[in-house]
Ligand binder design. Sequence first.
Ligand code: SF4
Length: 82
Amino acid sequence: MELARNERRVLCGLCPDGCWVVAGYDENGNLSSVRADESSPLGMLCKLGEHPPEIVYSPNRLRTPHDARTPIVNQKQLGETP
Ligand code: SF4
C-alpha cells in the first residue's frame, strides 16, 4: 500500500478494537483525514472511525481531567475547565 508523504499507518484509538487506519496530517501536523488501511486484514472503518478529526478538534471536548468529586457543569461554572 502506498502512503502519501503526509500519511501514517496508525491504530484507531476511538474504541478497544484498534483497527489499523491511514491517518492524514495537514501542513501544521494536525490530523486531517482518516481512511481504511487496505493492507490490514479488515481493511475498513466503522462510521465512528471515519470522524476522528471532528472528534479530536471538537470545541466541546474536555481538555483537562474530570474531577469526579465535582459535576462537570459546576466545574465550568467555576471556570476550572476551559
Ligand atoms: S474504526 Fe471503528 S471499530 Fe475500528 S477502532 Fe476505530 S472506532 Fe473502533
